[in-house]
Design a protein around this ligand. Sequence first.
Ligand SMILES: NC(=O)c1ccc[n+]([C@@H]2O[C@H](COP(=O)([O-])OP(=O)(O)OC[C@H]3O[C@@H](n4cnc5c(N)ncnc54)[C@H](O)[C@@H]3O)[C@@H](O)[C@H]2O)c1
Length: 381
Amino acid sequence: MKRKPLRIGLVGTGFMGRAHSNAYRKVGNFFDLPYEPVLQAVCARNAENVAAFAAKWGYASTESDWRKLVARSDVDAIDICTPNDTHKDIAIAAAQAGKIVLCEKPLARDAREGAAMVAAVERAKVPNIVWYNYRRVPAVTLAKQLIDEGKLGKVFHYRAVFLQDWTIAASLPQGGAGLWRLDVNAAGSGVTGDLLAHCIDTALWLNGGIASVSAMTETFVKQRMHNLTGKVEPVGIDDACAFLARFGNGSLGIFESTRYARGHKALYTFEINGEHASIAWDLHDLHRLSFFDHRDESKLRGWRSIHVTDGDHPYMGKWWVPGLQIGYEHSFVHQVADFLDGLGKGVAVGPTFAEAQRTQVVCDTVLESARTKAWREVAGA
Ligand SMILES: NC(=O)c1ccc[n+]([C@@H]2O[C@H](COP(=O)([O-])OP(=O)(O)OC[C@H]3O[C@@H](n4cnc5c(N)ncnc54)[C@H](O)[C@@H]3O)[C@@H](O)[C@H]2O)c1
C-alpha cells in the first residue's frame, strides 16, 4: 500500500516525547497503514536540548516556541507531550490552525479547560485523540473483548488501584522540570488527574459510565520548596485519593491511588467480578490477563493466567511469534497504528477529546466529593 506522509510536530521532549517518537518510528515497520508518520519538527523551550533530541530521534527541524510550530504549514498534526497546564492553549491553537491534535492525558487540568478543548476540535472538525495508552496493552484490549462478548455476564464489582512511592520525602521540592506534577498550577491535581485518570479511562471503557462518587483525598506533605520561586509554598495537590463509585450498569467501583505506597513504582491493577467470570490485570505483569470462569468443570476450576502473546490476541499477530511478549512502549505504537488506520478510513478513534472529557468530569467530581465530604453525582453520566 502506498502510504501518505503525516507530518508530525511534537511538543515536549520528556518521558512522553520519547515514548511517542519511538512509536512514530516503529509503527510503519509492523503495521500496514494508509499513513506514514514523518518526524517533521520537535519543539521544547531550550534550543540546545531540543536540537540534541531532534538529532537523536531523527526530527527534521526544531522550534523553541510551540506557537511557531502550530503556525507552520508543513506540519499536519500537533502532538502535545507537555505538562498539563499547557494542553489547553496548545490544543486550541492547533485546532484553530486546522491541525490534527494528539494530546497527552489528562486532557486538561480540569473539566472547564477540557470543555473548551472539546469545543475547539469539534468546531474545527479536526481528528483528535488523547493518549490513554493502557487501553492498547494487548491484555487490556483482550479484557475489553471478553467483556463485550458477554463472558463475564452481569458485572458486580470494579476495583482499581494505581500506587507509587516517589514523593514521600518531605525534602522533595515542587514545581519545574521533573517535579511539575507536585505543583497544582501545572498539574491541576495530584494523583487524581495523573494516575486515577488512567484507571477511570479504562473503567469507563470496560464497564461504562460512572454515575456517582464518594471520595477522600489527603496531602501528606503540606508545604514544599517551590523550584520556580525558591520559596516554601503550600502543596495544592492530592497526594492520595480513594473513592467509591456507582456505575450506570449497577456495579460498584472502588478506586485508590497514592504516591506514598513504599515499594510500589507503578502498580496499576484492576479486577472485575461478573456473574459468570472475573478478570484481573496488573501493569507489572502487563502481558498476562488473569481469568476465572465459574462455568468451567468444577474440578478444573481456578484462575488461569493467559500469556497474551498468541496471533489471535489483540495486536500480537503484528509482532513476533506466539510466546514472545511485548511491553509498555508497544501500547503507544498500537495507539498510533489505530489512529492512522482510522484517519485513512475517515473514522474517529478513541479516546477522542470528547471521551477523555468524561474522565475529566469524573476526576473533577471526585475532587469535589472529597472537598465537600459528600456523595456527588457525575454530571452528564
Ligand atoms: N500516557 C501516559 O501513560 C503518560 C505517562 C507520563 C506522562 N503523561 C502525560 O504526558 C505529559 C508530559 O509528561 P512527561 O512525563 O512527558 O513530562 P516531562 O516532564 O518528562 O516532559 C515535559 C516536556 O515538556 C516540555 N515543556 C514544558 N513546558 C513547555 C512549553 N511551554 N513549551 C514547550 N515545551 C514545554 C519540557 O521541557 C519537557 O521536555 C503530561 O500531560 C503527563 O500527564 C502521560
